[in-house]
Design a protein around this ligand. Structure first.
Ligand SMILES: *[C@@H]1O[C@H](CO)[C@@H](O)[C@H](O)[C@H]1NC(C)=O
Ligand SMILES: *[C@@H]1O[C@H](CO)[C@@H](O)[C@H](O)[C@H]1NC(C)=O
Ligand SMILES: *[C@@H]1O[C@H](CO)[C@@H](O)[C@H](O)[C@H]1NC(C)=O
Ligand SMILES: *[C@@H]1O[C@H](CO)[C@@H](O)[C@H](O)[C@H]1NC(C)=O
Length: 591
């Protein structure tokens, strides 16, 4: 981790940089507080259990507006678009930091505000690639004043999971244009783990399976997706990262057993573990989600090296009487902070986690999404499971107090800088009914998918109008099998279902394609979507039947071309291999 002290960066003070003198009267009135974000009621099933103990401190993360507003977005488009001369010229960590840096005036103003509240610049450092500040050890009483907040301990009904949050927060008017979001504040949601365990299939008795349900294994997937014959060669350079939130661990003995049974050619399968935010990593207690993800990326891409991020955070149990400081407790931010801080990031990263987009404060979702964009600019392909609720779980009421029913998109799957993976089933393939898909209510439709989405709307007509947001990012982008996956958990066979199954499969295929690119001295694929929505779209098996019911409707239907159930469909490795970008001008081979 590299931290840069704010005190060094803030050589310029507010008085010497009257950059925006018309807009910002000096000195700002720090008491002129305006709401930044507030929920109508306590979100979801959280319940207040009162004030934290006296002396509790919190680490705050503050996202600042970059000085050059569109610099990151423009750069991602250049380096990720195979038709652009800069395709594949990925940025270093330091180059991205320059792109997203806030103006010194922004930094100075925020530091003045923090100092006004008695927070020394010694406790403030830049983080998350450069446009975030991390403020450590802030007493909760100070945080309440700083943010016009009322931090309390909240427990998720029926669990012992306790977090420190506020239902609303405010900022001085003078800071609204400079600060994008502050965390942890109003993001409560337990990240949903998109997984379902098939019932009645537990135990070693594979015979318990009906003949109709041919179990999905790496052998079946490699054959279905046409990757059996490819032998990875770039093991010195290539890597896959698998994110395990919620303190879940991947088991190494389970992986060995899985590979022995289902990839018998694999010798010594293994993975590195990076422990982020005290996850309490303990391979003795593997989790089904973590095992699923690790076993299927390995099953598809062995012997490509793997790293498992074991992430503590959000749902970490907080013991209210322990006087332990309550730290970030933000799973995405803790993880992204750690990854973005690395000089070398795996070229392919997969995460099978997400939650209803409406449970994320919009500015928070945008700030987190930009961090995925930073990784894209550095040449990382990020894959997220699209979710398991079709067009939405349950009643699908808006949480703004209006009770309006609308389809419920899943974040981070809706972030335009990730590739989101939906689900299919059966052979020949049809859409899996659980496959989450639809349209964001936060992110505008990115240019790369305009033609694909408009093509879908032509086929959709008026169906479901009013239930989805036609001007925004459609998801998923692609898909893969999602039902009947065999995993090994605690030395037993288990069966899993969900787009959590699909995402690692596609990540494995992408990693093999990266392996090939590296072997040809070409840049890796990086942020995939401009390529996917271009020439690569023909490298997928178009899924044209099935649908994703939810919210009391039949959901969207899979149709020819892109659709918000299966995206472009499922990968065909050999066809994708033929459609790999060859950068222009071709790079001069090294050595
Ligand atoms: C600064 O951080 C230290 C340790 O994290 C903490 O003890 C102290 O209270 C913090 N000071 C302020 C003003 O936040
Ligand atoms: C919560 O903690 C108590 C005391 O440690 C324990 O008895 C109980 O089983 C826990 N409940 C859950 C849902 O984990
Ligand atoms: C979480 O991780 C970040 C980055 O590695 C680190 O700075 C922070 O101290 C960690 N917090 C906890 C509670 O471990
Ligand atoms: C529709 O999506 C856009 C972003 O594309 C957003 O600004 C707008 O608020 C959304 N509308 C509704 C009704 O949620």
């Amino acid at each position: 981790m590299h931290y840069f002290r704010l005190s060094v960066l803030c050589a310029l003070t507010v008085t010497t940089t009257p950059l925006d003198s018309a807009a910002t009267p000096f000195p700002p009135n720090w008491n002129d507080m305006h709401t930044k974000h507030r929920w109508n009621t306590i979100p979801g099933k959280w319940e207040s259990i009162g004030q934290p103990p006296v002396g509790t401190t919190i680490d705050l993360r503050i996202a600042l507006r970059p000085h050059r507003e569109h610099a990151l977005t423009d750069t991602i488009h250049e380096v990720s678009n195979p038709k652009h001369p800069k395709y594949g010229s990925y940025l270093s960590k330091e180059q991205v930091a320059k792109l997203v840096a806030p103006h010194p005036y922004t930094l100075g103003l925020v530091e003045t505000w923090l100092r006004h509240h008695g927070i020394s610049s010694f406790n403030v450092s830049t983080s998350h690639g450069g446009n975030w500040l991390t403020v450590t050890g802030v007493p909760v009483s100070t945080a309440n004043e700083l943010l016009g907040a009322s931090y309390q301990l909240y427990r998720y009904a029926g669990t012992n999971e306790t977090i420190l949050r506020t239902v609303g927060y405010a900022l001085p008017a003078a800071l609204h244009v400079h600060v994008q979001t502050v965390a942890p504040t109003t993001y409560f949601g337990l990240p949903l783990t998109p997984r379902k365990r098939a019932r009645g299939h537990r135990g070693r008795a594979a015979a318990a399976l009906s003949t109709r349900d041919v179990p999905v294994t790496p052998a079946l997937l490699r054959s279905l997706y046409n990757s059996v014959t490819y032998q990875p060669v770039a093991m010195q350079q290539n890597m896959i990262g698998v994110a395990g939130f919620h303190g879940e661990y991947a088991g190494d003995e389970d992986l060995e057993e899985f590979m022995r049974l289902f990839r018998s050619d694999a010798k010594d399968p293994n993975f590195l573990v990076i422990d982020i935010n005290n996850s309490g990593y303990n391979p003795q207690y593997p989790g089904s989600e973590a095992n699923l993800d690790m076993q299927y990326t390995q099953g598809m891409a062995w012997p490509t090296p793997h790293v498992f991020y074991s992430i503590g955070g959000l749902a970490e149990e907080f013991i209210p009487d322990s006087f332990q400081p309550v730290n970030g407790n933000e799973p995405f931010l803790g993880w992204l902070e750690a990854i973005i801080g690395l000089e070398d990031v795996p070229q392919t990263i997969v995460a099978s986690y997400g939650g209803d987009e409406q449970t994320f404060p919009p500015e928070y979702a945008k700030s987190v999404c930009e961090l995925f964009g930073q990784l894209g600019a550095r040449g990382v392909s990020i894959l997220f499971a699209s979710g398991d609720g079709g067009v939405g779980y349950g009643e699908c009421k808006k949480n703004d107090g209006s009770d309006v029913v609308e389809f419920q998109p899943i974040f981070p799957a809706t972030c335009p800088w990730v590739t989101s993976v939906g689900g299919t089933t059966k052979r020949p393939e049809v859409a899996a009914p659980l496959s989450s898909g639809g349209f964001s209510n936060v992110f505008k439709r990115p240019d790369y998918q305009t033609d694909a989405v408009l093509g879908f709307f032509q086929q959709l007509g008026n169906q479901h109008s009013g239930l989805y947001n036609a001007s925004s990012r459609g998801f998923p982008d692609v898909s893969a099998q999602a039902l009947g996956f065999v995993i090994i958990l605690n030395d037993d066979i288990e069966y899993m279902a969900g787009t959590s199954c699909s995402a690692p499969v596609v990540a494995g295929i992408i990693s093999l394609l990266n392996d090939y690119q590296l072997s040809q001295n070409r840049p890796v694929l990086g942020f995939l979507n401009p390529w996917l929505y271009g020439i690569a779209s023909q490298g997928f098996n178009d899924i044209t039947s099935g649908s994703n019911p939810g919210c009391g409707t039949d959901g969207f239907s899979a149709v020819p071309g892109w659709d918000p159930v299966t995206g472009f469909g499922t990968p065909d490795f050999q066809r994708l291999l033929e459609r790999l970008p060859i950068p222009i001008p071709a790079p001069t081979p090294t050595n």
